[in-house]
Write a protein that binds this ligand. Structure first.
Ligand code: GLN
Length: 313
């Protein structure tokens, strides 16, 4: 299947933006001090088809840090480099049902890291990135994420410095994983590279293209470049479906019926396999750290564009 005809998608993306522009719920993240500077009003929606056609409304060219949305794409790159079997065995793919920075999730399960969508599993995934040193491993991640976006992504220095100065909890998680044999490079180095990957700037349009690349079996629909194999994509999408919105992943899948991933800067990416990607940017978050407007828009568009994977027609 494909997305509906282009004028229909344009109309629905515009309708979604109008429908939710005045929603005032949620709170801009401030546990990373630099993120608190975001405006609650910023709001952009972009749909990218696997044919490379994009449909954008609102603040779709405004840069914000990718944060946790980096997680599935880094996992995809690591699976591609190491083989999916080894990446899975090293990190795990089961949902935690707990917040993204949960330490209890590590303690409660023998698998420890749990999955690449929560901080423990994401830092473990980053520690698996190939390279002879930190510089090479960081380049592997930055260049790989840039290939997903189809343009060179740059780090937001202020967001990086702000998180690096306040991420003692992530540093603690990485060291805890060393004790459980679930950290595959130096823990401080892995946490630093993870913090850098989270500070890469993207736009809602970039997220839509990155999502469309996963939707298209790993081929970027704008550049035509193969970023990862189709065999990887379906596995990444499975883990996004079960764990992409943390403890609310069940509610999300129930309502939207698609794999998605949120980030605390207010980004949300969703993939309609074989059809396209959806990127939403709106900083106010709910209690789990998921964009409020992002979820509303995605639920609306999944329904109206007929994207739910579990629908019989
Ligand atoms: N860099 C953030 C952190 O590790 C990412 C969290 C998120 O987007 N949910 O806390």
């Amino acid at each position: 299947g494909h997305l509906p005809p282009n004028p229909t998608v344009d109309t629905l993306v515009e309708e979604a933006w109008q429908r939710y522009r005045d929603v005032g719920d949620g709170k801009v993240a401030d546990y990373i001090p630099a993120l608190a500077k975001a405006s609650a009003d910023w709001f952009g929606i972009c749909v990218a088809g696997v044919d490379g056609v994009t449909h954008a409304v609102g603040d779709t060219d405004r840069a914000f840090s990718i944060q946790s949305i980096s997680k599935p794409f880094v996992f995809a790159l690591v699976c591609q480099a190491l083989g999916g079997g080894r990446a899975r065995a090293s990190v795990g793919v089961n949902a935690t049902g707990l917040p993204f920075n949960s330490v209890m999730a590590i303690e409660l399960n023998a698998e420890r890291t749990m999955n690449p969508m929560v901080n423990a599993g994401a830092i473990a995934t980053t520690s698996l990135a190939p390279g002879a040193n930190a510089e090479e491993r960081w380049r592997f991640i930055r260049e790989g994420l840039s290939r997903f976006a189809g343009r060179e992504l740059r780090m937001d220095e202020e967001v990086y410095a702000s998180e690096a100065a306040t991420n003692q909890r992530n540093q603690g998680i990485a060291r805890l994983l060393v004790g459980y044999g679930r950290m595959y490079s130096d823990p401080d180095e892995a946490t630093d590279i993870y913090t850098r990957q989270c500070a890469l700037n993207v736009t809602a349009r970039d997220l839509a293209v990155m999502g469309a690349t996963l939707a298209d079996g790993g081929v970027n629909p704008i550049t035509g470049e193969r970023v990862v194999d189709a065999e990887r994509c379906k596995r990444i999408l499975a883990v996004m479906a079960t764990a992409g919105l943390y403890e609310q992943s069940g509610d999300w899948l129930y309502e939207v019926g698609l794999p998605g991933k949120s980030g605390v800067a207010g980004g949300l990416v969703t993939i309609a396999p074989g059809k396209g990607g959806l990127g939403v940017f709106s900083p106010p978050l709910d209690a789990a750290g998921n964009s409020v407007r992002g979820q509303l828009v995605t639920r609306f568009l999944s329904e109206r564009l007929g994207l739910n994977l579990f629908a019989s027609q």
